[in-house]
Design a protein around this ligand. Structure first.
Ligand code: ZN
Length: 386
């Protein structure tokens, strides 16, 4: 590929080239950004995962002092395993007004465009600007919590945050919350010819999954609804199930993973207690009658709070001004914005590209979206240098 003359596209190419799939390290990308920020006298704070294989980066450029604005994005991308790509997912390909590569839409372009704008604006900033890059977003917004905790400890209080997930540059002020759970079912093994003397963990799990499906149907059919969302109600979904070894063995173990994606007004804890009470009263008694240690164990794996930013906040007004729209969107997927929001940092989601292209083979971003985001960042920098 020939190099373009666009600093933004060159930066997108650089970031896409780091294969920062969530399960792998992102430290090379973090080091790259750190080096990039060095000439600007950036103050950089890193927070690591337990194994120190991944890091969040929080950088401040411009004058220190008054509360600054955060531009935030996650560095990790979803895997490409088993997907049929027409080109190397980690080598940017520019074709007919589109840039192809893993993470182009979700969501390295936003970060790249902000980084590419720094040389032009940092020397003139008269208010601080923060960049927040996180790890492990795609596996449940796990990484950013440490970054936010570190800010609280260091008493850094930004005035607002723009999370650049792909919204086609439409300001999004609300999204659903998500909780994910792993449910381990323990039974008692046995010869299948003597099945009634054993406790079949796969069947018990299936009854649990069926109950969750019933809850999902009820929420679909009777709400509550918020028509601002493309999926207007809370959803419940089981995505993984594992259990059993052979047909002639009564399985003693089975586990399944499920999630609840809830409207800001719905209480996911109430749905979980309903499920637990069904298990305790309708599924476990029969299991425990045969084996006292049989039963269900549910563990929460991740939690993303819902986002519900008031349309009256300063950050919403600013993003409206920068995008030239008064639209406010609501989306069904979760983002890190709600964690910033919960920490008292008013947040809006607004970034280039479309969620339609995210997580898919041949993920791309339209060059027009890159340009729209460049305008947004330039206007924002104009505000911060005025
Ligand atoms: Zn994303």
């Amino acid at each position: 590929m020939t190099a373009t003359r666009s600093p933004s596209i060159d930066m997108i190419r650089s970031l896409v080239a780091f294969p920062t799939v969530s399960r792998d390290s992102n430290l090379e990308l973090i080091d790259f950004v750190r080096e990039l920020l060095r000439p600007y006298g950036a103050e950089v704070r890193l927070t690591f995962d337990d194994g120190r294989r991944k890091a969040n980066l929080f950088a401040t450029v411009g004058p220190r002092g008054p509360a600054g604005l955060v531009l935030s994005g996650h560095t990790d991308v979803v895997p490409v395993d088993g997907q049929d790509w027409a080109s190397d997912p980690f080598a940017l390909v520019e074709q007919e007004g589109r840039l192809y590569g893993r993470g182009t839409s979700d969501m390295k372009s936003f970060i790249a465009i902000a980084l590419a704008a720094l040389p032009q604006f940092v020397p003139r900033l008269n208010r601080p600007l923060h960049l927040a890059l996180s790890y492990d977003e795609e596996v449940g917004c796990i990484g950013v919590g440490r970054l936010i905790g570190d800010l609280a400890q260091a008493n850094v209080k930004p005035s607002g945050c723009v999370v650049g997930e792909p919204t086609r540059m439409t300001p999004v002020i609300a999204h659903k919350g998500k909780r994910s759970y792993r449910c381990e079912v323990r039974g008692r093994a046995g010869h299948s010819a003597y099945a009634p003397d054993a406790v079949n963990a796969v069947e018990a799990a299936a009854e649990g999954v069926a109950y969750l499906k019933g809850m999902a149907r009820r929420l679909r059919d009777s709400g509550p609804y918020d028509r601002g969302y493309d999926v207007a109600h809370t959803t419940v979904h089981t995505g993984v199930i594992r259990g059993g070894t052979a047909l002639n063995i009564v399985p003693h173990e089975c586990s399944f993973d499920f999630e609840v994606r809830h409207l800001p007004g719905d209480d996911p804890a109430a749905l979980l207690s309903e499920f637990k009470s069904h298990i305790a009263t309708r599924i476990e008694p029969e299991m425990k009658a045969i084996e006292s240690r049989a039963g269900f164990e549910i563990r929460q794996m991740s939690e993303i709070p819902a986002l519900d930013t008031s349309a009256e906040t300063e950050i919403v007004a600013l993003v409206h001004e920068l995008t030239g729209t008064t639209e406010v969107g609501k989306v069904s997927y979760g983002t890190e914005a709600s964690q910033f929001q919960r920490a008292g940092i008013a947040s809006v989601v607004c970034g280039p590209g479309s969620i339609e292209q995210a997580h898919k083979p041949n993920e791309f971003i339209e060059v027009a979206q890159v340009e729209a985001c460049e305008k947004f960042i330039a206007k924002l920098m104009g505000r911060l240098t005025a």
